[in-house]
Ligand binder design. Structure first.
Ligand SMILES: *Cc1c(COP(=O)(O)O)cnc(C)c1O
Length: 367
């Protein structure tokens, strides 16, 4: 068996949720579990996130899976993209899923197919485009709100930051102002029980005055940094995913010999190479620059550089002069080596690394 593992640390997930709750003590917290809990696996994550007030998913089929796993524990489930056709609108009501409404077509379904009073689906998350320019109503959000309020729906105004990770980006202040202005108008017109939800993980940390009634946290739950310039240790977050493998072969190179496909890496001195049983087929990014792995031994921890092209099943590291050998465990990202570092080496973001892990590594839970 290949000793390549993705371990999900439930204690870390629960800890991270508690950290976020301390950042937003007056808001309800929606745990974002779309894309199979950012690649971590819904079944392994949901039990550790039961302190969340709701779960956020992208689509109806994702909501169904969350619903199945939560079973009798009734949890609010919100479809961030709303429904895609009229049948889904009915199905969402049957299951008690709450919908975002971001466009006229969805608005028409809600207005012409009312839900019973008091049903959870009587809550509409009305999407207002404050600057992301992806989904949502513009100024016509006021008309949409009026029509929905007339039909008896409860409203939560929702919007999404484009640049919240970069605290000083000018778009943030603009989005916060637009959001506050419309929410104030809606409360004046239709009552103070209209709620608001603006912040993702980065917004929760960077803009404590913009939390409103609901915050939506994703990446922070999984223990990667949502904000530029702060690492997870400063933020008191713990990695939820440990992606690890082992050295399963070693060989010695003479100066002038190359490693792996294309022969693009050449030893400039006698070099000891460790072969790892992991590659892009497991979700490790094939393209990266100066990436390293972490090998922890009783007498210390060693960073070893990846050398040569990463293959589907294997990759090679330079272990010259390191006291390591066949069978030693190697951390790709997780405890001791944050996914944020690997993301930088791979010129991407932690979100993408997590989502692109495959089902090939053996998945297990740490409690
Ligand atoms: C995914 C998502 C979030 C969570 O974002 P993070 O940066 O992972 O905290 C929040 N809101 C919406 C609408 C999302 O799609």
């Amino acid at each position: 068996m290949r000793h390549t593992h993705i371990s999900i640390n439930q204690t870390a997930l629960t800890h991270n949720l508690a950290v976020i709750k301390r950042h937003a003590p007056h808001a309800s917290v929606m745990a974002m579990v779309k894309a199979n809990a950012y690649g971590h696996g819904l079944a392994h994550c949901l039990p550790a996130l039961m302190d969340a007030d709701a779960f956020g998913v992208a689509s109806f089929d994702e909501a169904l899976r969350v619903h199945e796993i939560c079973g009798h524990l009734s949890k609010r489930i919100i479809l961030m993209g709303g429904v895609l056709d009229k049948d889904e609108w009915f199905d969402a009501q049957t299951h008690g899923f709450e919908c975002v409404i971001h466009c006229q077509t969805q608005l028409d379904w809600a207005l012409s197919h009312l839900v019973p009073m008091g049903s959870p689906t009587g809550t509409i998350w009305l999407k207002y485009n404050t600057g992301m320019n992806r989904l949502g109503f513009g100024d016509d959000v006021l008309t949409a709100a009026k029509l929905l309020d007339n039909k008896g729906y409860r409203l939560i105004l929702i919007s999404h930051f484009a640049c919240a990770d970069d605290k000083d980006h000018p778009t943030n202040a603009l989005q916060i102002k637009r959001f506050n202005d419309v929410l104030t108008i809606l409360k004046d017109k239709y009552g103070n029980d209209i709620q608001g939800s603006l912040c993702n993980s980065a917004g929760i940390i960077n803009f404590p005055h913009a939390h409103h009634d609901w915050v939506r946290t994703g990446i922070a739950l999984y223990g990667a940094s949502p904000v530029m310039g702060s690492d997870i240790h400063e933020l008191n977050l713990l990695p939820a995913m440990n992606f690890s493998t082992q050295i399963f072969a070693i060989h010695e190179l003479n100066a002038g010999e190359t490693v792996s496909y294309g022969g693009v890496w050449m030893a400039n001195k006698p070099t000891r190479i460790g072969v790892l049983s992991v590659g892009y087929g497991d979700g490790y990014p094939r393209t990266q620059n100066d990436a390293k792995v972490l090998i922890t031994k009783d007498d210390g921890a060693y960073l070893a550089p990846i050398v040569g092209r990463i293959a589907m099943d294997m990759m090679m590291i330079d272990i010259t002069n390191l006291p390591v050998g066949v069978g030693d465990m190697v951390m790709l990202w997780g405890d001791g080596l944050p996914a944020d570092n690997v993301a930088r080496w791979a010129n991407t973001i932690s979100y993408e690394l997590f989502c692109k892990t495959t089902n090939r590594p053996h998945r297990r839970i740490i409690v």
